[in-house]
Ligand binder design. Structure first.
Ligand SMILES: C[S@@+](CC[C@H](N)C(=O)[O-])C[C@H]1O[C@@H](n2cnc3c(N)ncnc32)[C@H](O)[C@@H]1O
Length: 249
């Protein structure tokens, strides 16, 4: 997969993507990162990329021209290389909340372009003309799209075929089946006076699987009850799950 990132701070994105799972996947050629700086496409000598908002108000707004030229250069380069068109995502608190389901859909695309903005945001006309989708990392505001973009990159890359090779399975992570994951335990068998739940030491795989399912249901019901309702609506809960949930209330 190709991921193109449009950012005023490529030096923030490039090194961060090079660590851990995403870094190893770059080394193995599973995905490729390229950054594009709108400042390189600013029409004036000052390389200006922002201006005051019409109508007044605080802060600055990113100019449409440098972003349009920058995205145009990115698309043109991809076309020249016979690459697939990149799906353009603007990271924004006004976007739809990112879900694991949307991440899985994005991971199936050949190429993504992530537009990271700064200041108060981007001239709406550029968004209308050049962006396919706006996505948010949550109901809070950070100073720029780079950290949200890195979160999205990490979430997408770990779903690419061949990335999780150490036995860890993204299919077992929280949200993959609509529920949160239950707790994990490792050595020592007793720590701080608390032993590991006995079932995990039993070697009885069916019982362990049932315990894990129960813990996932319990954690989800306690912390995110709306996910239980959603799983119900999507017919993801078995009769046994429902019986376990009834036993918890
Ligand atoms: C200071 S924020 C602008 C916030 C904007 N004025 C608003 O109230 O919606 C600057 C940039 O950071 C990024 N950003 C901030 N919070 C985000 C979030 N929750 N999800 C994704 N991107 C975010 C966006 O690219 C945004 O344009």
């Amino acid at each position: 997969m190709d991921i193109e990132v449009v950012t005023l701070f490529p030096e923030m994105v490039e090194p961060a993507a090079g660590f851990g799972v995403t870094g190893r996947a770059i080394e193995r050629g599973i995905w490729r990162l390229r950054c594009w700086n709108p400042r390189d496409h600013a029409p004036d000598a000052y390389r200006r990329v922002d201006d005051r908002p019409f109508g007044g108000g605080p802060g600055m707004v990113m100019l449409p021209e440098p972003l349009s030229a920058c995205l145009g250069a990115m698309h043109a380069r991809r076309e020249a290389d016979a690459g697939a068109r990149a799906h353009v995502v603007h990271l924004s608190p006004r976007g739809a909340p990112i879900t694991q389901r949307r991440v899985a859909e994005l991971a199936a695309l050949p190429a993504l372009a992530l537009l990271c903005s700064r200041y108060e945001g981007v001239d709406q006309r550029l968004l209308d003309a050049a962006v396919d989708e706006e996505l948010s990392v949550g109901d809070f505001v950070v100073s720029g799209g780079e950290l949200p973009a890195l979160s999205l990159i990490d979430a997408v890359v770990r779903l690419l075929p061949g990335v999780m090779t150490d036995g860890a399975s993204p299919q077992q992570d929280s949200f993959s089946d609509g529920l949160l994951e239950g707790p994990h335990y490792t050595r020592p068998e007793t720590w701080g006076g608390t032993p590991v739940p006995a079932v995990l030491m039993s070697g009885h795989h069916a019982k362990i699987a049932r315990w894990r399912r129960e813990q996932a249901l319990r954690t989800t019901a306690e912390r995110r009850p709306e996910l239980i309702e959603q799983a119900r609506r999507e017919h993801r809960l078995s009769a046994q799950d429902e019986a376990l949930l009834r036993g918890m209330s």
